[in-house]
Design a protein around this ligand. Structure first.
Ligand SMILES: C[S@@+](CC[C@H](N)C(=O)[O-])C[C@H]1O[C@@H](n2cnc3c(N)ncnc32)[C@H](O)[C@@H]1O
Length: 386
């Protein structure tokens, strides 16, 4: 039969185990999987399979068999389990044709009709990128980002990664958190306007936010709407799952009644936007992400514990370093210039230094900036990455 994946198993034990094999394979449709004995073993022809059901039957048959038969059954399981490329259809793994299977025919034509990121078309972003003046490179700067950023030229930053105050009412050293929402967004957007201007063509801005669910303010959507209206391309969204089940908002709303249940979240959002182009140019030799990291991190739900050292740094809302590390390695090259306009005690800038990026960190608090300076000073460049 055509269109099956042959799995060849070389073993001497097959003939005397034919009855067990017949029994096992009779449990699955022949159109999905069947076997043939050969001179030196067997070939399993496989098209699709409810793998976990198959595994369950193997275990149960092996349990009631002699050791020879059990070994053969385990060998079969091992050979099928090690096939790592397959598609999924319900409970079944598809071993054949899964990468050709497309529900949508003429996909590219249809994409043209729909209009890819239509909202960002007709932008006027200049393509000419500029150098950051030396006086700003690798600096922690005290000040209001809206003002400080005005001193930077257009199109000079490769990546902005930041987490603004969320307006929850936290105790920052020199920033009033918890103001009227209009006031909050006006200030935030004035800073983000400057961020867009200083971002290179092909640069990215990634904003970490958590909505204030108890005020029913979807900050992440409002911020995304701002960037979309300003013609940046929405590249995607990462769910940063902190698994903080003990988070403060433990109210249940209308307990056991649909009248007004309260939804609970253990994650925050990272909204990712690109200026002008989804591609960020750079020398591939300056990429420092490993294959395993890439495979794992493009799956856009990241399980990372919150930062536990906030008391030590005296700051109420810090990034954990692994979060910054992932963002920097996935979205920037070594040597790129990374900016954090709400740098706090300098997590972005310290990790940028460790990973051989240049950095600029701005914060309105002198005290936080001093801590950020110390942190950067005490951070070693990770030479094992070279
Ligand atoms: C959520 S914290 C960022 C913490 C940072 N990610 C870290 O790991 O330390 C937000 C920071 O924004 C700063 N900030 C508030 N308004 C600012 C402004 N207008 N310009 C610069 N920084 C500001 C606050 O002082 C606070 O440190």
């Amino acid at each position: 039969m055509d269109n099956y994946l042959p799995v060849k198993i070389y073993t001497a034990r097959v003939k005397q185990n034919n009855a067990t094999l017949q029994k096992l394979f009779s449990l699955f449709p022949k159109e999905d999987i069947y076997f043939e004995l050969t001179n030196n073993g067997l070939v399993i022809h496989i098209k699709e399979l409810d793998f976990f059901n198959f595994k369950r039957h193997i275990f149960s048959l092996a349990k009631n068999s002699n050791s020879d038969t059990a070994k053969l059954l385990n060998l079969i399981l091992y050979n099928i389990e090690k096939i790592k490329s397959y598609g999924l259809k319900g409970r079944k793994r598809l071993y054949v044709g899964y990468n050709k299977e497309r529900k949508v025919k003429n996909r590219e034509e249809k994409e043209k009709i729909r209009g890819i990121y239509y909202y960002a078309q007709g932008h006027n972003f200049p393509k000419q990128n500029n150098k950051v003046p030396d006086e700003f490179i690798n600096k922690i700067i005290v000040g209001d980002s809206e003002e400080v950023l005005k001193k930077l030229p257009d199109n000079c930053i490769d990546l902005i990664f930041t987490s603004p105050p969320y307006n929850f009412g936290l105790e920052y050293e020199n920033h009033k958190d918890g103001v009227n929402w209009n006031e909050y967004f006006n200030k935030l957007f004035a800073i983000f306007k400057e961020c867009i201007r200083v971002l290179k063509y092909g640069g990215r801005i990634i904003v970490n936010v958590q909505p204030l669910f108890s005020d029913y303010i979807p900050i992440h959507h409002i911020i995304s709407d701002f960037f979309i209206k300003n013609k940046l391309i929405w590249k995607g969204e990462i769910l940063w799952d902190k698994h903080n089940y003990n988070c403060k908002y433990t109210a249940w709303g209308s307990w056991k009644s649909p009248s007004n249940p309260y939804l609970k979240y253990t994650w925050e959002f990272l909204e990712i936007f690109c200026k002008g182009d989804l591609r960020h140019s750079g020398n591939w030799k300056m990429a420092d992400i490993t294959g395993d990291e890439f495979k794992k991190w493009v799956y856009a739900r990241w399980d990372i514990a919150p930062e536990y050292n906030m008391k030590k740094y005296g700051h109420p809302a810090m990034f954990p370093e692994p979060l910054v590390e992932r963002v920097l390695k996935l979205f920037s090259f070594k040597g790129d210039i990374v900016l954090d306009p709400f740098n706090g005690v300098g997590t972005t800038t310290a990790v940028a230094k460790r990973l051989s990026r240049s950095y600029i960190g701005i914060d309105i608090s002198e005290e936080y900036c001093k801590k950020a300076e110390d942190r950067v000073k005490n951070t070693q460049v990770n030479t094992s990455l070279f």
